[in-house]
Every structure is written in C-alpha cells, then in structure tokens.
Design a protein around this ligand. Structure first.
Ligand code: ADP
Ligand code: MG
Length: 646
C-alpha cells in the first residue's frame, strides 16, 4: 500500500486556514482589509461574544460580481494579482487570495454583495468551505459578510480560543490599528450591540486617533512630518511628559499597513533621548511611507513583523523626523506634574513676551561668565542666612506640599493647587497666630544659604529670591515663582553647549594624564578614539590597558578626566551602535561630571545667572536624563491658596 497521499481538498484547506485564521481578530483583519481594498469609504464591523459566534462586516466598496462570488471563496482566488510582475508593486492589503477560502472552511459564511453595474445582488452561503446556496438578493452596492460559529467544525481549534472578552479585545485592538492606518475610511465598531468607536473618515489622522484612543491621548500628542531620503514619516508622537510606562502605545504603519519593527521603535526612542524619563516610552502613531522598490520590505501578510533591506535609512528617517517634531518651538511639550504641581512651560513666544529684550543680548555673556564661575569654583560656600520679608516674619502661611498624606503637622492649613478649598484642621485656633512653622515650598525647613538684603534685580525682571536645600534656586519672574533644580539645569546647559560644539574645543593639558581601564573599556576607547576626539579629548594608546590623555574638552577641568573617560567607556560598552548615540552618551557623561560641581555653587550672582539662563532658553526644559529643570508656581495659584482670590 502506498504511504504517500495527496491530502483531500478539505483537509488541505483546513491546514492552510490555520495559517490565516487563528482567532476572530484575524478574521476581522482579513475582512476589513478586503473592504478597504475594495475602495470602501464606510466600513461597519459588528461582533457578538468576542466574534466567536457572530461577526459582520459591511462596506460600501466595489462589491463582487455574481460570476466571481463563488471563485472569490476558492484558494488562490484573487483579483489583486494577475501576473508575476504584479508582485513587485502590490498596493493592496491582501493579494494571496487565501482569506475568504480559509475563513469559509472553518465557519458558516453568508455574503451579500452587489457591484455598481448589477441590477440585483447576490446572496451566497457556505458551511465548512462547502457552498450551499447562491441566489439573487436585493441589496445596495457593496458587500456584507457574516461569519457565524467560528471553528464549529474544528473543535480542537475552538479549544484554543480564549474567553469572549479576550477575543473581543483582540478584535478591538485590530480595529484600532485599521482605523488609524486608514483615516480616509470611516470605520465603526459595534461590540455586543454597543458602539465602541466610529472614525469620521475625513482623511485626518488626528480625528481617527481621537475617535479610537480618546481625547486625553489625542491631546498629549505633537505632530510629526518628516522626510529623509525618500522615506516619509508622518503622524503623532507623545509629548515627552506624556510618555508611558510601557511600549504598547506605539502604532507604526508602513505603506498603510500596521507593522512591528524593532528598528522603528529604537529610532523613536532614540529621538526622545534626554527628554524622557528613564523607564518611560513614547506613544506614537506613525505612518511611514517608503516608495515601492526603494527599500526592500519583508513582511508576511498575515503577520506584522517587518524587516527592511536598509534598516539604517528607516532608523534615520524616523529618528530625525521625530526629533525635529520634538524640537519645534511651537510644539514644545507642556510639563505636567502629578496631582497638585504645575510645571513651567515656556515657548519661545511666551519668553519674548515676558522677558525684556535686552536679556537676549547679554545672555551669552551671562552664560559664559557663569560657566567660568562654576568651573573655577572651588567654593564650598558656608551656608548663610537670608531673611525675606513675609517669609520668616509674615503671617501664617500655607504649606505647599505635593504629597498631602505625608503631612505630619496636623495644624497645617493645607492647600492643594488643584483644589479650590482650604481647610483648617483646628478651627478654634486663634487666627492671628501662625498655625504652622512649616516651610514655604516643602516639608523640611528651607535651608537659607544666600545672603539677601534686597531683591536682586539685574537688567531683567527676573528676581533672585534664594536657594533651598542647596539644590533649588528660587526666583520670581513676572507673576510666577520658579524653583530651579540647579544640578539638572547646569547639566542641561553643559550638554547643550557640548552639542553646539562650543564646549568640545580641546584644551591641552600641561601634564598629560594616564588612565588605566578595564579590558573591555580599554578596547572600546581604542575603537572610539575618533569619537573621543570629537568630544575634545586627545588620547593615545599607551599599551597595557592604559591610554594617555593630552587634551580635554574646554568645559571640563583636569580633575575629573580619568573618571570621565572610564565612565564614558562604560556607557559605550553597555550600549548602542549609531554614532550620534555614542556621542550623546559621552556628552551625557561629560555634562553630568561637569555639573557635579554645580552642587557647590551658592553665591547669589551665580545662581541668578543660572536661573536666567534657564528661563531664557527654551531648550533647557529637561536634564539630559529627562528630569524637569524648573517648576513654576503662579502667583494666582498661590493667592488662591491663601483665599485671596477664588
Ligand atoms: P485577497 O484579498 O488576497 O485577494 P481574499 O480571499 O481575501 O483574497 O479575497 C478574494 C477576492 O475576493 C479579492 O481579491 C476580491 O476580489 C474579492 N473580495 C473579497 N472581499 C471583498 C469585498 N469586501 N469587496 C469586494 N471584493 C471583495
Ligand atoms: Mg483579502
């Protein structure tokens, strides 16, 4: 007896179906793709019980002519590819001619369809892949397809289905992507009788995002519109402050098709470097368009992972487009803080309106003076007292405390910037007595460090008030107080300076320094000599794990050279291939090192100079690790806390 059989058609189809139809979500994906391929403007999807018992997709596309209906359900039956050449320029979502055959082989199918030119439409029914009925039917142009009882004839597959709710969620996830990949089509989704969403189909990506993801998500986005050697990148990414703890809010569409690409994700995250907190990920809805043939794209139609022959080009296109979007002045991220905080938001325009123009002129002077001060400073500044009218001797004051629960002093008149009430826990206390000895800005007492006789106003309306905890500079500008983290600010200033290349000028050391490195670090330094040179280091191999340093970048003084070279090497060992990234890594390390000294500075002119630099430059919003540099407290908000205004 022969051992080898050709599988019966039915069995072969079931096996093939396994590749296409895994769960209701994969059916919906195929059906909606068919509707979009058919030129539909409106697509309505309805499911019941997670899609397992009932799925209906209605469209107003081309419809299928009577003579083609039966064929459409055969394997390898497609209207989208006719000859081999067509395979090189496929513009439709489907092309393998497998979906209808596969779906129909594992369910009960009913299709109503009519083309423009036909007088009457067609009603088609099949069960388990066998046609049972074809007849005339009155229906509008377009196609409605109903799938019932998925896997009714393959109980083994049925067992793999999850709970209805999980299957329904998977369908929803597919439809979210479909809606955002084709904003020109109005897609609505009805789940167990309730409308989950409906996009307007106005070809505006933002309206589709709004419909699918909701207002909060939509309002956290900034627009991306870039092009890089033929690759266009359009869409939206989240403001750095709206980044998520997980990567799952990243939707990438390649030529109109949802894909997953490691390259695109890394490019996206690279663009946010230095402006997003560690452990947070940008959300994104990005449409990448690559001309046919420009980059070889390898994507399985039923799967989503994609590879490009020229990954680098895609990486660059995404990274530069997103980075440009983030840098654009008019779309600067608004900083928000949890609960009661308000953070500083400075756009270039706001800055121009609020700061007198002369500041602009002396900005660079101030900056360079400041740099000199810090770099030469060995000042460990003994704390000095300062007294500020209204703070120590003033009336009872409210503690501005971001974490009310931790508040221990019961007597505190506690206020929250977001809440319009003030509460006094011991109302019988005499009102004219100070209720608390709590500080103005935080739980611990303000540690006064700077001598201040009069409010120091230089040539601007930025007034120096003091420094708290040897960390935060307090200044007033116009109707706001600002708390500025001096280390974060300084780090950012140096980082920006390095990136502008004016901090990397090499300075010859009088005495070259020898630095001995670990094995891996040693070889990474040797591999990156040019990179170090770009940063202002002149290094030579001294053999045996040792390099000799002849020059250092001008922002640094000699002392921290060896630790810096070691740290930068460690950072390089840990990460990344692209040069820009490596460069930034060294810059980050340099900025951090150089800024450490900033912890020491505390003379009021230095601190004022730093505050001015921060408030004037809208590029100083976050430290290179993504922490915010300044917090704004509006006078209005303060007055609300005191009950002076409502
Ligand atoms: P493919 O999409 O790969 O061509 P399918 O099995 O999904 O294969 O569909 C087979 C054919 O049926 C399509 O090529 C198309 O001509 C036709 N078809 C399927 N769904 C629709 C629809 N909603 N409107 C018009 N034509 C459709
Ligand atoms: Mg198809």
């Amino acid at each position: 007896m022969s051992m080898i059989n050709v599988l019966p058609k039915q069995v072969a189809e079931l096996i093939a179906a396994g590749e296409v139809v895994e769960r209701p979500a994969s059916v919906i994906k195929e059906l909606v793709e068919n509707s979009i391929d058919a030129g539909s403007k409106i697509v309505t999807v309805e499911i019941k019980n997670g899609g397992v018992t009932f799925m209906r997709v209605t469209d107003n596309g081309s419809g299928i002519a009577r003579e083609d209906v039966t064929t459409a359900f055969l394997r390898h039956a497609t209207s989208k590819v006719k000859k081999q050449d067509d395979l090189d320029a496929i513009a439709t979502l489907g092309f393998r001619g497998e979906a209808l055959a596969a779906i129909s082989s594992v369910s009960r199918v009913e299709m109503l369809t009519k083309t423009e030119s036909e007088q009457v439409g067609t009603l088609y029914r099949a069960e388990g892949g066998s046609e049972i009925f074809v007849d005339d039917a009155g229906c509008p142009k377009g196609t409605t397809i109903i799938i019932r009882d998925l896997f009714f004839n393959t109980p083994a597959r049925m067992k793999f289905l999850k709970k209805d709710i999980t299957e329904g969620n998977a369908v929803a996830a597919v439809l979210d992507k479909m809606a955002m990949s084709h904003p020109e089509v109005s897609i609505s989704f009805i789940r167990d009788g309730k409308q989950a969403f409906k996009t307007p189909g106005d070809n505006n990506l933002m309206s589709a995002i709004y419909a699918v993801e909701g207002r909060e998500f939509a309002s956290s986005l900034i627009e991306v519109d870039g092009e890089f050697s033929g690759v266009t990148v359009k869409g939206y990414v989240s403001k750095p402050t709206a980044c998520k703890p997980k990567r799952n809010a990243q939707s990438v569409f390649l030529n109109g098709r949802f894909v997953r690409s490691g390259t695109v994700c890394s490019a996206l995250e690279a663009a946010y470097k230095n402006s997003v907190m560690v452990g947070r990920y940008p959300a994104a809805v990005l449409h990448i368009t690559v001309p046919f043939g420009a980059v070889d794209i390898n994507v399985h139609p039923a799967k989503t992972d994609v590879r490009f022959s020229d990954e680098r080009r895609i990486f660059d296109a995404v990274m530069f487009s997103v980075r440009n979007a983030l840098l654009k002045g008019d779309s600067r991220p608004e900083m928000t803080m949890p609960a009661s905080h308000k953070q500083i938001r400075m756009t270039a325009d706001e800055f121009r309106q609020t700061v007198i123009p002369e500041i602009e002129k002396d900005r660079n002077d101030v900056l360079s003076q400041y740099e000199k001060l810090i770099i030469n400073s060995k000042n460990t500044a003994a704390s000095k007292r300062f007294s500020q009218p209204g703070i120590s001797g003033g009336p009872a004051y409210t503690s501005y405390n971001p974490e009310p629960k931790k508040q221990q002093n019961e007597d505190v008149v506690f206020g929250n910037l977001n809440e319009k009430f003030l509460s006094v826990s011991k109302a019988e206390e005499p009102v004219n007595e100070p209720l608390i000895k709590a500080p103005m800005v935080a739980e611990q007492p303000v540690e006064p460090v700077a001598e201040k006789k009069e409010p120091e106003t230089l040539d601007s309306n930025i007034e120096y008030i003091g420094e708290a905890f040897k960390t935060y500079i307090i200044v007033r500008r116009d109707e706001s107080l600002y708390l500025i983290d001096k280390h974060a600010a300084h780090e950012r200033i140096i980082f920006n300076k390095l990136k502008r290349e004016d901090g990397t000028a090499p300075q010859l050391l009088l005495e070259p320094i020898r630095v001995t490195l670990g094995k891996e670090e040693y070889s990474v330094v040797l591999d990156n000599l040019e990179l170090y040179e770009k940063c202002g280091f002149e290094l030579d191999d001294f053999g045996d794990g040792t390099v000799i340093v002849r020059s250092v970048p001008s922002v640094l003084s000699g002392e921290e050279v060896s630790s810096l070279i070691i740290e930068a090497a460690e950072a390089l060992v840990l990460k990344k291939t692209i040069e820009l990234d490596r460069l930034e890594r060294i810059f980050e390390t340099m900025a951090c090192r150089a800024a450490v000294k900033a912890g020491n500075i505390s003379s009021s002119p230095e601190l004022l100079a730093l505050a001015k630099t921060v408030l004037e430059d809208e590029n100083i919003m976050y430290c290179p690790h993504g922490r915010p540099v300044a917090i704004e407290l509006k006078k209005k908000e303060i007055e609300k806390q005191f009950g002076r205004i409502q």
